[in-house]
Design a binder for this molecule. Structure first.
Ligand code: PHE
Length: 346
């Protein structure tokens, strides 16, 4: 009789369930307290014949252990559930979360864009993967221009669509954005286009296979070289300070005529001459010129009515001047110790 009762209880406790801590406490009282089921069994145990005491005693022990174990398990489950619920200690001090910083090239690009937007330029961007038509042909590059060579430009593949063969490539300058924009928009046009460009160069402290440029284009009636010079002077002063001087040297680009390269007085030595400016007092920061009429025509703009200027500047060079970064590779290594240095400029 007693053994049967114990078996029934054993089955009961191994299936115990409680949905909250209070229910659990009730179960503990019911089975394990001094007046609980198991203690009551001890009273019956006294009247068990001596030869059965061992078997019955062991069974009672098993029951007690099972009940204790079960109740402890349930208690642990509640503790876990409570820790992940909204019962959170809000007074505990927080773990420090380290915030990221803007990349120096982003900081400088944003600054350049901001200056030109204040002068009425509209922000736009073109594709990094482009074709030779937009990057070279429409920009008046001769068929045998060295930039069309695999050694200078990364060519990806040839695609053939409606019998037209296109060479797909990674753009080697942002000037391709000019042809894309002029194709789709009528003059007057006044745009600024930042972006990454790629050239097939060996990576060193002074050269990289990708870098960043900001392109500018203005097409309207009666646009002259004077307008270009004034806009660039204003930009240089906004970027590097009121005392900054500019100088324009004659140069050549297939898509501008006349063309020039612009130097600014060295921001590092103030024009006196230092290692950075190779002791000349001047640093080149951009190429520019009047848009070649062939380019306007190739992009569907009447060159008898409209004229325009364009310029393209290197963001790394400008960032180096502002922040004196000596090795170009640092811009793409993502070493957080380097990036953290720009925290204050964010
Ligand atoms: N695209 C030229 C370069 O990559 C820069 C440039 C842009 C020159 C616009 C003139 C006009 O060097």
């Amino acid at each position: 009789m007693l053994l049967e009762k114990i078996e029934t209880l054993l089955k009961e406790v191994s299936e115990l369930k409680a949905s909250n801590a209070e229910e659990l406490e009730q179960l503990r009282l019911k089975y394990l307290s001094k007046k609980g089921e198991i203690s009551l069994l001890m009273n019956d145990f006294r009247s068990v014949p001596a030869d059965q005491k061992k078997v019955v005693g062991m069974k009672i022990n098993e029951l007690k252990q099972t009940a204790t174990q079960k109740i402890n398990d349930l208690r642990e489950q509640f503790a876990e559930a409570e820790a992940t619920s909204d019962n959170i200690d809000l007074t505990r001090s927080a773990y420090p979360i380290s915030l990221g910083t803007r990349h120096p090239l982003t900081i400088v690009t944003n600054e350049i864009i901001d200056i030109f937007q204040r002068m009425g330029f509209t922000l736009t961007t073109g594709p990094e993967i482009d074709d030779d038509l937009h990057v070279f042909t429409k920009l008046n590059f001769a068929a045998d221009h060295p930039a069309r060579d695999m050694q200078d430009t990364f060519f990806i593949e040839q695609s053939k669509l409606n019998d037209v063969t296109k060479n797909i490539l990674l753009r080697s300058h942002t000037s391709g954005d000019q042809s894309h924009y002029m194709e789709k928009h009528e003059a007057p046009i006044r745009i600024i286009c930042p972006g990454r460009v790629y050239r097939n160069e060996a990576i060193s402290a002074r050269a990289h296979c990708f870098f960043h440029q900001v392109e500018g284009l203005y097409v309207d009636k009666n646009v002259s070289f004077t307008d270009l010079k004034q806009v660039l002077l204003t930009f240089a002063r906004e970027m590097f300070g009121e005392d900054t001087k500019i100088r324009l040297r004659p140069s050549y680009f297939p898509f501008t005529e006349p063309s020039a390269e612009m130097d600014i007085s060295c921001h590092i030595c103030g024009g006196k001459g230092c290692g950075f400016c190779k002791h000349t007092g001047w640093v080149e920061i951009l190429g520019c010129g009047m848009v070649d009429p062939n380019v306007l025509e190739a992009c569907g703009i009447d060159s008898k009515v409209y004229t325009g200027y364009a310029f393209g500047m290197g963001v790394e060079r400008i960032t180096n001047l502002k922040y004196r970064v000596s090795d170009l590779r640092m811009f793409s290594e993502n070493d957080t110790r380097f990036l953290k240095e720009f925290e204050a400029a964010n």
